[in-house]
Design a protein around this ligand. Sequence first.
Ligand SMILES: NC(=O)C1=CN([C@@H]2O[C@H](COP(=O)(O)OP(=O)(O)OC[C@H]3O[C@@H](n4cnc5c(N)ncnc54)[C@H](OP(=O)(O)O)[C@@H]3O)[C@@H](O)[C@H]2O)C=CC1
Ligand SMILES: O=CC(=O)O
Length: 290
Amino acid sequence: MEFGFLGLGIMGKAMAINLLRHGFKVTIWNRTLSKCDELVQHGASVGETPATVVKKCKYTIAMLSDPSAALSVVFDKDGVLEHINGKCYIDMSTVDADTSSKISETIKAKGGYFLEAPVSGSKKPAEDGQLIILAAGDKALYDEVLPAFDVLGKKSFFLGEVGNGAKMKLVVNMIMGSMMNAFSEGLTLAERSGLNPGTLLDVLDLGAISNGMFKLKGPTMLQNSYSPAFPLKHQQKDMRLALALGDENAVSMPVAAAANEAFKKARSMGLGDLDFSAVHETLKAPDHSS
Ligand SMILES: NC(=O)C1=CN([C@@H]2O[C@H](COP(=O)(O)OP(=O)(O)OC[C@H]3O[C@@H](n4cnc5c(N)ncnc54)[C@H](OP(=O)(O)O)[C@@H]3O)[C@@H](O)[C@H]2O)C=CC1
Ligand SMILES: O=CC(=O)O
């Protein structure tokens, strides 16, 4: 089975390498072309534009940063739409339901097939093929590409009409971003009140609120180490999109709104390209330490 793959950031690179390792043929494209070099070593071919990748491959996956990138790769000159007639496009980026629906409707109007399939799970699950895939849209296309999803993820969900995958992903990340802020405040409170925050991690891990994120991020946060697995700018994008979903549905989300403010503050401090756990640094800023 041959796949096109557009977007070789933290996630796209790991996912495309996984497909290659499992015997899929992969033709890649990335806006910054030099990022293709490493994958060529793994056996990938390179397409000059999104359009040429779609022309060559029956199935093309995209893993792009945000709604604006997802729209640009489809609608701009040399974009996906130019050769989409009869081809299949699977967008795994985290975007909002409106963006996904706009892409879906246009692709279908031009004779193509569309599936949205955002993922839960970060850099390591992407490297290990342990993502959780939240698909929606064309069910026949979902069934066709399951062999690839089985390589990329540990579990795939088919959630119905386009938009449901995007919404599920945003709800999950809204919870995750809120939890990260509560965790960060807890670590800081423990430290400032004279407790050993390392002991707090042990206590948390034994109780009912033990979870993989606290376990993974706690030790590195205590070392002020924020090498990006999930860039903070993307977490803030997800909070923003989840809050908009809350607006549309008149759901009051004061906790998520406060978490969004903290991520915005972190971005204003120049921390957007670090891991989202760097929101911890906002609590060390002068207005919080006096
Ligand atoms: N990292 C994570 O833990 C997870 C991320 N996600 C989601 O997956 C998506 C990708 O995340 P991640 O890999 O971490 O992000 P990165 O920032 O590492 O990569 C973003 C990718 O998007 C490309 N891109 C950005 N803007 C444009 C544009 N205008 N036109 C074309 N290409 C563009 C980048 O190209 P270039 O190299 O040229 O900059 C790069 O390939 C995001 O939607 C994110 O929210 C979902 C689950 C986990
Ligand atoms: O979107 C991020 C993740 O860890 O999932």
